[in-house]
Design a protein around this ligand. Sequence first.
Ligand SMILES: CC(=O)SCCNC(=O)CCNC(=O)[C@H](O)C(C)(C)COP(=O)(O)OP(=O)(O)OC[C@H]1O[C@@H](n2cnc3c(N)ncnc32)[C@H](O)[C@@H]1OP(=O)(O)O
Length: 399
Amino acid sequence: MEQNLQQAYIVAATRTPIGKAPRGMLSATRPDDLLATALRGLMAQAPQLDPAAVEDAIVGCAIPEGPQGFNVARIGVLLSGLPHTVGGMTVNRFCASGLSAIAVAADRIRTGQADVVIAAGTESMSQVPVMGVSTTFSPDIYARDENFGIAYGMGVTAEQVASRWNISREDQDAFALESHRKALAAREAGEFADEILPVEVVSRRPDLASDQVRETRKVVSQDEGPRADTSLEALAKLRPVFAAKGSVTAGNSSQMSDGAGALLVVSERALKTHNLTPLARFVSFSVRGVPPEIMGIGPKEAIPLALKQAGLALNQIGWIELNEAFAAQALAVMRDLNLDPQVVNPMGGAIALGHPLGATGAIRAATVVHALRRHDLKYGMVTMCVGTGMGAAGIFERV
Ligand SMILES: CC(=O)SCCNC(=O)CCNC(=O)[C@H](O)C(C)(C)COP(=O)(O)OP(=O)(O)OC[C@H]1O[C@@H](n2cnc3c(N)ncnc32)[C@H](O)[C@@H]1OP(=O)(O)O
């Protein structure tokens, strides 16, 4: 059961639209700029809060190198116009980085070490194209057979789950189609309006004729991934990408993406001092390891633990954002835990909406926080599978 010295409240939550990588609408926008945009949008949701009251910014990023700036949290803070007194720490738990950032921020609040902390995530898979690039580890890790799966690409782990859990190609494609259908229906119904922050995309290209740099500016405010043109027939035609006789395709995998999300986490004292209205309370967070070669099954272990910590039963959770890294792993988790399909990803998931790795947990948390209020639900959850073999889950309560 949860034992907190004090509660951690979320008073603002926003995200950028998600672009396709590597050639989508945000591909030329740097991840630190995406983060800065999200942070400015976040502060605009709490105009009564003096920015100097923000103590730290904890930011998830799965590939914090190169243009992501090693400590992208600090760069994003400075770019956003927040005062330099605001700190900045980048955390990495691969695909659960953004969710872990929220948990760290909440812990700082709950233990009384801070009153106002930003938790966020940012990732540009366009600018740091890691998928398919091999990573090296100490060879000693392979001395234990059970670690061998650490060498698998994410798609190969999805094939492993599909085969061990008997998830058919047809079921994966049907799940993927449903993700697109739900995302498009939610967009049509204006469901994303509270959470999405329009981003101005600036493009500069040399014009050789005039010998000048031509600048164009465009505001983007919708996720790029959902496809109205998809169908079971179109999905069935796609070839497996990760194994010759496999079932995981570009259509039933999450899309490579760019995006950022951010939440403002505060103590009860800060609510009163700054006259802030809470949207939600962060209730519990859990992480469990699983065999690396079936990393997608991670939420199956993390969800029961997060529920236990919260003292809640599964049927009390009215909205679950289950990261659709691949249809195969999402279906395996849903079947093993008997998750209600009506409660899981009511607005579509990463297959349709995209999955900017370290940002996704923060993006999905922004979705949950707003969805609980719009749909008058009490508890919601964000759960992620994590490469190298982990699952993470966080529970939110509308207040
Ligand atoms: C812990 C975790 O979360 S692990 C997850 C981490 N993330 C990942 O591993 C990313 C997984 N995804 C990927 O690696 C990539 O998306 C891949 C390799 C599966 C596919 O990459 P790409 O080939 O660049 O995808 P792309 O979007 O171009 O699609 C390939 C083709 O399928 C088609 N396609 C994709 N989705 C659909 C669809 N829903 N309906 C119809 N056609 C589709 C595209 O139109 C394209 O066709 P074309 O070649 O005729 O243009």
